[in-house]
Design a protein around this ligand. Structure first.
Ligand code: GCU
Length: 328
């Protein structure tokens, strides 16, 4: 058990006076590792406003950006223990906490954005969000994090170009495996340390969506973004199971409604931000977007990961089959 004062600091309870009566408002703190300029932060602000509105102020949300409460992993551990109420993490990192999230880490699983949204906005996505209940957290909603491609100081058009390169990956078993299969050396490091790692040559490249070039300034140090689009891994807003169970059913419903509305708000913000990122990366940072990438060659090497994942876990096997059946 954690000391109560510490728990209080990170989770709940401020006293407000309403008509002379003292009412405890629940405060949910969200930790995340991005700046306040990115779509996911703006969407969580929408979430915060709507939670306040739909619960008539009974529940308030405060967002702590820039990993000030810890890295994604540290925040998830705090959420699991109930010391922190909420966190936004990429699904890649969640795989270490709940294996079903590993399905999102499988390369070339989605055929495009429509397929992706059909899954994250539908029953399969919901099933995965609820799967971690006994592991100390529950997913509330997903946010778009685009598709991930390699970026480095040189173009990467074929898997052969990756040979021997040190590539930063998210700390996720599948991400590490994918890089190994492609012939590069995976280096799982926290996102906040990546700019310096690229700058100092600790890694030769990384992989992410286009906005990492601008929002996280990686385009200052990596001038070629090679669009192999190997994965589409959503961000996920999670809440501590312990905190969730202390909320009333009405508050839980209000939070779910606010969360799914914020997901739709983020979808639009994401599209605009990606366009802007490509423009700024090209015209201000001098990044070249390499489009003539041999995607089938990448896919051929990493597609066996689907069968391996299916063999490792019958629930994952079932998810893969159902996700593929929903393809456009
Ligand atoms: C995306 C994602 C972050 C994650 C990052 C990473 O940008 O939105 O949550 O930390 O990828 O590569 O680590």
């Amino acid at each position: 058990m954690m000391p109560l004062p510490l728990k209080r600091f990170l989770t709940v309870a401020v006293a407000t006076t309403l008509c002379g009566a003292v009412q405890a408002a629940t405060v949910l703190k969200i930790s995340h590792n991005q700046s306040t300029d990115v779509p996911v932060h703006k969407a969580m602000k929408v979430f915060a406003d709507k939670v306040q509105e739909y619960t008539d102020g009974e529940v308030k949300v405060r967002i702590y950006p820039n990993a000030q409460l810890g890295t994604q992993r540290e925040s998830l551990e705090l959420v699991q223990s109930g010391m922190l109420s909420m966190a936004k993490s990429n699904a890649a990192e969640l795989e270490a906490f709940e294996p079903l999230y590993g399905v999102y880490n499988l390369p070339y699983l989605f055929t495009g954005s429509d397929h992706f949204y059909k899954i994250i906005g539908g029953p399969i996505g919901e099933e995965i969000l609820l799967a971690s209940k006994d592991k100390g957290f529950i997913g509330i909603t997903y946010y778009d994090a685009g598709s991930r491609s390699f970026y480095a100081k040189k173009p990467i058009k074929t898997p052969a170009d990756l040979k021997g390169m040190k590539i930063r990956t998210q700390p996720s078993p599948s991400a590490v495996k994918m890089i190994e299969l492609l012939g590069a050396n995976p280096s799982p490091i926290a996102f906040g340390e990546l700019y310096t790692a690229l700058q100092q040559g600790v890694v030769d490249g990384a992989e992410n969506n286009e906005s990492a070039l601008t929002d996280n300034r990686h385009g200052e140090v990596a001038k070629f973004y090679s669009r192999d689009e190997h994965t589409m891994i959503p961000d996920v807003l999670v809440i501590s199971t312990q905190i969730w169970e202390e909320l009333t059913p009405e508050q839980q419903a209000a939070i779910k409604k606010a969360a799914s509305e914020s997901m739709m708000a983020q979808k639009e913000l994401w599209a605009e931000n990606t366009k802007k990122a490509i423009d700024i990366a090209t015209n201000e940072l001098g990044v070249t977007f390499v489009e003539d990438v041999d995607k089938p060659a990448f896919a051929e090497i990493v597609l066996p990961m689907h069968d391996d994942a299916a063999k490792s876990n019958p629930q994952i096997a079932d998810l893969i089959t159902r996700i593929k059946a929903e393809a456009e």
